[in-house]
Design a protein around this ligand. Structure first.
Ligand code: ADP
Ligand code: MG
Length: 399
């Protein structure tokens, strides 16, 4: 099955100087704007909020709802290509845009990633070529489904099928009774129960595919999450074997090919304690775990997205420095657990060798809000990790 769904024929590649559009004005849109502008493109962002991270970087902000037909027409007429920086954008809006301009990734690809059941069905469909399966699971859309859950799926994690991110919309359950009450708390939305797997560690694989069908894959990133939010990413992944790394990269390329995808895609995998690989979920866009590519790779994930949209050749994915990335959440703008505000000691952090600070221009710091990240590059991975730990000590983050 090919999901390639261009309503417009493939035009010749777009030249720098033309406009690229983004649905969404968060930090991913902001970093995309920086990269695309570096290549000479102009960037238009469609987003309802006026003071969003990308608004300070984009050449033009269309402040409108994501489903506003007039704003979508304006964006499509202005831009040679449009992408999305968040996966919960209305797929209908992407399809509407695709009748007027080139959209990458396509609405069909984004729709699959928006729905955990669709995504798992697609991963299973790909398994003949990818060799990797998702966790055992069962869809839950009524109380009777809870009764029909095989014992083997418990303990498990109940996840909403749609709109989940950063661990939101998830409840861990040990027993069927806990599953009943967790499902009752989900307000009737469709859910999926996944078997709780024994994770050794988590990885993500970033890839990109051009409109010409050529695909590239970045090195394996190893991710540590805290409270459901990405805490740190280390690349190349320190624990993965060469064989598993190659398997995960090949699986990612198999999925991106089968999707007929154009643009940057990131797939999250679990590596289990027995060494086996399980596919978790995919993001149809640049990914938090790929931010290290800005400072440590020849072509960043954002520059790669601009190239794919403009139907220019994809760039070299070679990593030139080992890297350790630390996410910066709003918590560090507060004294300990109190409400007392403070300014993080950036002078001390930036004195660390190989530190690259990225702040997203968000005015208000809130606990658990992604405010920025720091990528440490060094001659060795150990050195990059040591500097990340020093930064944690300076910023008051538990290492
Ligand atoms: P999100 O969309 O919030 O990132 P994920 O499905 O990636 O949702 O789940 C968030 C985190 O929860 C994962 O990174 C992993 O640490 C843990 N997790 C999710 N599913 C499982 C599972 N089946 N078994 C064990 N841990 C899991
Ligand atoms: Mg995830």
């Amino acid at each position: 099955m090919s999901l390639t769904n261009y309503s417009t024929p493939l035009n010749p590649s777009a030249s720098p100087g033309t406009w690229l559009g983004v649905m969404g004005g968060g930090q991913l849109g902001r970093m995309f704007a920086h990269a695309a502008q570096q290549m000479g493109f102009k960037v238009a962002v469609l987003e309802p909020a006026l003071d969003c991270p990308a608004s300070h970087a984009a050449d033009q902000l269309h402040s409108a709802d994501y489903t506003d037909a007039a704003a979508l027409v304006k964006l499509a007429e202005q831009c040679v290509a449009v992408t999305t920086e968040f996966e919960n954008v209305s797929a209908k809006s992407l399809a509407f845009l695709a009748e007027r301009t080139f959209v990458a990734p396509s609405a069909a690809c984004v729709s699959i990633a928006q729905d955990r059941m669709e995504e798992k069905r697609f991963f299973i469909e790909c398994a003949t070529t990818s060799g990797v399966f998702p966790a055992s699971h069962k869809e839950i859309t009524c109380a009777a489904d809870v009764d029909a859950v095989p014992d083997d799926l418990l303990p498990g994690i109940l996840k909403t099928v749609r709109m989940g991110y950063d661990g939101k919309g998830q409840v861990r359950v040990k027993t069927r009774a806990e599953l009943h009450s967790a499902y009752a708390g989900m307000n009737g939305v469709a859910c999926v129960l996944e078997k709780m797997l024994p994770l050794a560690y988590e990885i993500s694989v970033l890839a990109a595919r051009g409109a010409d069908g050529k695909a590239v894959v970045y090195p394996i990133a190893e991710n540590v999450h805290r409270d459901g939010i990405l805490f740190a990413t280390t690349v190349p992944g320190p624990h993965i074997s060469k064989a598993s790394a190659e398997k995960a990269q090949a699986a990612t390329l198999a999925v991106i090919e089968q999707l007929g995808y154009v643009g940057v895609l990131c797939i999250e995998f679990f590596v289990l304690t027995d060494g086996s690989l399980v596919v978790n979920e995919m993001a149809p866009r640049p990914h938090n775990s790929g931010h290290y590519t800005i400072d440590a790779c020849v072509t960043s994930q954002f520059a790669q997205q601009a190239r794919a949209m403009a139907r220019l050749p994809l760039g070299d994915v070679r990593q030139h420095s080992p890297a350790a990335m630390l996410n910066i959440l709003g918590d560090i703008w507060f004294e300990g657990a109190s409400d007392e505000a403070r300014e993080p000691a950036w002078d001390q952090v930036l004195a660390l060798p190989g530190a690259n600070l990225h702040l997203y221009g968000k005015d208000t710091a809130r606990r658990a809000r992604k405010m920025g990240h720091i990528t440490f590059v060094a001659a060795t991975l150990e050195e990059a990790q040591a500097n990340l730990h020093k930064a944690c000590a300076i910023l008051g983050i538990a290492p």
